[in-house]
Design a protein around this ligand. Structure first.
Ligand SMILES: Cc1cc2nc3c(=O)[nH]c(=O)nc-3n(C[C@H](O)[C@H](O)[C@H](O)COP(=O)(O)O)c2cc1C
Length: 359
């Protein structure tokens, strides 16, 4: 099976002036490999270039931490705000682009999903002083109680996002993604599960969206018009995983409509399983999202072979893979030829956090 005229998977996607050569990409994957300098290990950076060489149309960075006060949630994450950090990423971005792939930096603030002592300034902040119901799986202890973010904190965090986006532009990235998924800070503002503020940043969806709107506005200003600005969103978080972070289809679509009014270029949807019907309806997340936006949609979640990729693309514009492409350097080509491929288990992906260089 090769690329044919009607082969959507291997057709180009154009967003503004950026061309994706096919519809398969590398999802953001945190590898926790950085040293004191907040720069990922060389083999971790080289891995991204190799996936571009082997056919991925787009390569995401791991979630890059923003400010130095409270943004980091895991040990050994990376940053992109100092000249040294920018210089470390430059040749990697250049090499990814030389291979014909689009390079996107994802940026993140952990909010309440924080580990005590990980941040240089050791502060934990969130929309509301609420801890997740579950313990931190890394420490086995409850998460630290966050301070409710003051307006000053909100400004500080906002500038952290803008500075990190500036770093990405200086390093040559084609685009920047604001991580609004998986129960981290931006997602904590959006969801009533973690946002119980009494000011005009809490309450209605419009209010809960307000801070994300403000961050998008400040960040967009530092991203030139010829680069992309995306957001990633999910209905689930890495803590209290079974909780539906949004009440129902109507609330989800209201949020998607608000995002659609923002100066962003695409929405990246993260699911456990792209096929799963959502919010008690007979539609999956991509279908429900599509009903509410005209923006391009990236879809991710258990897409492991040609059939699942084609099926997922019926309701989206581009497929991202994490575990399958992490564990198989030839994944894009294997999908192209229609090889039988396994659904990967979470435990298999733990290799991402070891010192073992990946193929
Ligand atoms: C090792 C690893 C690290 C991840 N780190 C991130 C991250 O930094 N940012 C993010 O948005 N998602 C992250 N994810 C989630 C993936 O991007 C993806 O949404 C999820 O694994 C489901 O896709 P899959 O079924 O193709 O693995 C990570 C996943 C794995 C396996």
């Amino acid at each position: 099976m090769g690329a044919s005229k009607n082969d959507k998977l291997f057709s180009e996607l154009r967003i503004n002036n950026i061309i994706f050569k096919n519809r398969l990409g590398v999802a953001p994957m945190t590898r926790m490999s950085s040293g004191q300098d907040s720069i990922p290990r060389k083999d971790v950076l080289d891995f991204l270039v190799r996936r571009a060489r082997n056919g991925a149309a787009v390569v995401y960075t791991e979630a890059i931490v923003t400010d130095y006060e409270s943004a980091q949630g895991y040990p050994r994450q990376s940053r992109l705000v100092t000249q040294r950090q920018i210089e470390a990423w430059k040749p990697i971005v250049e090499a990814i682009k030389k291979e014909g792939a689009v390079a996107i930096m994802q940026m993140f603030h952990c909010g309440r999903v924080a580990a005590t002592g990980v941040n240089p300034a050791s502060r934990v902040i969130a929309p509301s002083p609420l801890i997740p119901a579950q313990n931190n799986p890394i420490t086995g202890s409850p998460y630290p109680m966050p301070d409710e973010m003051s307006l000053f904190d909100m400004q500080h965090v906002m500038w952290g996002f803008a500075d990190t986006a500036k770093g990405a532009i200086a390093a040559g990235f084609d685009g920047v993604e604001l991580h609004c998924a998986h129960g981290y800070l931006m997602n904590q503002f959006l969801s009533a599960y973690s946002n119980q503020r009494k000011d005009n940043y809490g309450g209605s969806m419009e209010n809960r969206f307000r801070y994300v709107h403000e961050v998008i506005g400040v960040v967009r200003k530092v991203i030139p018009q010829d680069r992309l600005f995306l957001i990633r969103i999910s209905n689930w978080g890495v803590v209290d995983m079974d909780v539906s972070l949004f009440a129902d289809k109507a609330e989800w679509q209201e949020m998607i409509r608000l995002f659609s009014k923002e100066p962003i270029d695409a929405i990246s949807l993260s699911t456990y399983d792209y096929k799963q019907k959502a919010f008690g309806t007979d539609k999956n997340m991509a279908q429900i999202t599509r009903e509410a936006t005209k923006l391009p949609i990236f879809i991710c979640g258990k897409i492991h072979d040609r059939l699942s990729a084609e099926e997922a693309l019926a309701d989206a514009d581009l497929v991202l893979s994490a575990k399958s492409i992490l564990l198989n350097p030839d994944w894009v080509e294997d999908v192209r030829v229609g090889k039988t491929l396994p659904v990967r288990k979470s435990e298999e992906a733990n290799i991402a956090y070891t010192d073992t260089p990946l193929a």
